[in-house]
Design a protein around this ligand. Structure first.
Ligand SMILES: [Zn+2]
Length: 342
């Protein structure tokens, strides 16, 4: 490189803003969102009862990344992953950038959606969204801008919620009864087939059928498709209803504790225990969808220590070789037929 070019580059790097270009100041945007939240919700930096949520870092606005907003949220609010009160929600790059804050002390939340050129906010809204408040007025209340946040906030605030579930919600981009079913299934498997030899054993999930639950195992067990920890196969509607009729429970998937040293594994075909999980009463049957989902999510968290209330074993099996595992995972194979479940 010529000396002149080096000198010019050095000069540019010393002028604030020039190296990044003249786009929006993402740090300032994140700081503005956080300051608004702190004023509206009345909290001080470092309050562990405040949850911050944002998809910052994923949206790209006019070619500009949004990661710096995340630094601002953490530095201004004091909410961090270490304090388990910062959630960074996955988004595709073309989705709008948003920020949310929930104050567990008051039940109040703010939601902000950034405008198209990141010069400010298209939406800045405040609402009391704690479950006790909103479920007391299901007929009169609409979640509006808070339809996603009500479950993030209330499940995070639940005493039985481990942070790993919130981490899975970051990947899943929402919290729903289905994702919490994944948490219940994992707890059940961890009880029935515990990992006793961490050097050689791991879980393998054959998600047949796939649903929201399967995003939990990727975070909780590092069972990712890329590392052959998760195989995804759907069922037709008639297969699902046929299995439900046969076993009195919907099939939740196939779970294997695989031992890489002996090339053998123990497996379970699990189902949803529909008799216990059917919790709708005369009162809740007429509720709007947001209320049913919120209530369903919180009821599952109430039962976090008794996953057997929601999970039932349909079949136990043993795999003697890598070929037997392969026979369940391959394309063109119906694993439930191989296992004799259908
Ligand atoms: Zn879901």
């Amino acid at each position: 490189m010529y000396k002149l070019e080096v000198a010019v580059l050095l000069l540019i790097s010393l002028v604030p803003g020039m190296a990044i270009g003249d786009g929006a100041d993402m740090y300032q945007l994140g700081a503005d969102a956080t300051t608004y939240a702190m004023t509206e919700l009345g909290f001080e930096k470092g309050d562990v009862n405040v949850l911050a949520l944002t998809n910052a870092g994923y949206p790209v606005i006019d070619g500009q990344t949004t990661d710096l907003c995340l630094d601002a949220v953490m530095e201004v609010s004091g909410c961090t992953p270490g304090k388990e009160n910062l959630l960074n929600i996955l988004s595709p790059p073309w989705k709008p950038l948003w920020f949310g804050f929930f104050n567990k002390n008051t039940g109040e939340a703010v939601y902000m959606k950034v405008n198209a050129d990141a010069s400010g906010f298209e939406i800045q809204d405040k609402e009391k969204i704690d479950a006790e408040t909103v479920l007391a007025k299901v007929d009169a209340w609409e979640p509006g801008n808070f339809s996603g946040m009500i479950r993030f906030a209330n499940v995070w605030a639940h005493e039985n919620t481990p942070f790993v579930l919130m981490k899975a919600a970051q990947l899943h981009d929402h919290i729903c009864p289905g994702l919490i079913s994944g948490f219940m299934l994992a707890k059940y498997v961890e009880k029935e087939l515990p990992i006793e030899d961490p050097a050689n054993q791991s879980y393998k999930v054959i998600a047949c059928p796939n649903s929201c639950k399967d995003d939990y195992f990727q975070i909780a067990w590092d069972c990712t498709p890329g590392k052959s920890g998760l195989f995804v196969k759907s069922l037709t509607a008639s297969e699902s209803s046929g299995l439900k009729e046969k076993y009195g429970a919907g099939i939740s998937g196939i779970f294997i504790r695989w031992d890489g040293s002996s090339n053998a594994g123990d497996g379970l075909v699990l189902g949803g225990n529909s008799s216990s999980s059917s919790t709708s009463t005369n009162e809740t049957a007429s509720w709007p969808e947001w209320a049913t989902k919120l209530n369903g999510a919180l009821q599952r968290m109430d039962s976090a220590d008794t996953p057997e209330n929601y999970v039932t074993t349909i079949k136990e099996f043993h795999l003697e070789s890598a070929e037997e595992l392969q026979a369940l995972q391959s394309a063109g194979v119906h694993p439930l037929k191989v296992l004799g479940v259908m």
